[in-house]
Design a protein around this ligand. Sequence first.
Ligand SMILES: Nc1ncnc2c1ncn2[C@@H]1O[C@H](COP(=O)(O)OP(=O)(O)O)[C@@H](O)[C@H]1O
Ligand SMILES: [Mg+2]
Length: 435
Amino acid sequence: MRSTGHELRLRLQPAQADVFRSQSRFRVLVAGRRFGKTQLALAELVSCVWDFPNRTAWYIAPTYRQAKIIAWDRLKTMLRAAPGVAFNESELTVRLEKGGLISLRGADHYDSLRGSGLDFVVLDEFASMKPEVWPEIIRPALADRRGRALFIGTPQGHDHLYDRFQFAQSNRGWQAFHFTTLDGGNVTPEELASAARELDERLYRQEFEASFESTAFGLAYHAFSREANVRPCEYRPNARIIWSLDFNVHPMCSVIAQRDGDIVEVLEELVLEDANTPLACEKFWDNVRWWRTRNAFGPLQIEAYGDASGHQRRTCGTATDWSLIRDFFSRLAGQAVVHIKAATSNPGVRDRINLVNSRLLSAAGERRLFIDPKCTQLIRDFERVCWQTDAQGQPTSELDKSDRLRTHASDALGYYLAQAFPIYGKIGERPGRLL
Ligand SMILES: Nc1ncnc2c1ncn2[C@@H]1O[C@H](COP(=O)(O)OP(=O)(O)O)[C@@H](O)[C@H]1O
Ligand SMILES: [Mg+2]
């Protein structure tokens, strides 16, 4: 692009250039994380207004905050060498030398999206926006100037991004593009192989192969296999004992596990009807005390994990659950030492369950979580816990808890795993999600 003798060079990868060159008025780009979607979007915005004094182009992210975090600095870096560019920090707008305007907006501020006379708009991470944004607000604003639009996203199941992608494949004036992360050329195969170890297979396909998976429906622990994940798990003397609790009352569930490097074995589960924390401590101690005789030296070393709500909640009396556990073990000095490892906040349900799935079976084919056949409630959870759906049959991010026995044992285990194996966050920068 040239501007009064100045040239701005924006390098695109071949797959990005495919999209860039398309003449279609409306385009839908579905691609894996770190394909280079946002980078392409910014290049398109700049090229749209660069030589045209009257043109206006918008970048829309799901929220205003995300627009600022994801795009603002990158846009400034891109235009750093261009002369005569005026940045307005409080409005998140850029006026180019010849007069063209780029503006960053958030789909969460409906009123800020009202306007007209748009030449081009990018809807980045469209799957995370309300679907009405397009027909009610953006499409009308493109009418008078026959403005163009680029929808961008990584799949999140069969939602409005999926619908738009299907629509673009078979309607005049529309074009659909689909690429994997690897196609983008910005992530090495080695980095992808490491991600494959951290994610379960379905999530990997969704995030890196940009596949529309129906992960939202049905069984939560789809990676579990009774044949492969259930096997006798023996106490290993002198290794730390992991005790992880869910502070539900009817029933109160906890699991007893041990870790050997990357492998976690669940030895026992405690499912107590009408219990409270001191009672759970007694039952736990009844189960593990004899292991002391097998230890060559010192007291049993116990790591206690669990629901972060245990900091405030009281299953009995006025003391918090964690302080009750600490008190209980202080009376066993010489026999046991407890290390309280409770987190201060819980991870999101979906993130936690994705993590458990990745330990049950990663996209790279590894199983790193094993359950002793005695743990019947935990196994039942893995085989039966489902995602809840709302009145319209749409998936929610909550588990179905209609059976009061379900979810507690697997929740207890999930709290431990989420703390011991923090959720993968290195690849990609998808807004609003831990992953
Ligand atoms: N054409 C390109 N040339 C060099 N680096 C690029 C290019 N496109 C993207 N990148 C880099 O790759 C990474 C991922 O790009 P990004 O646009 O954030 O991907 P996505 O939005 O698809 O997750 C970023 O660090 C970005 O700077
Ligand atoms: Mg992006």
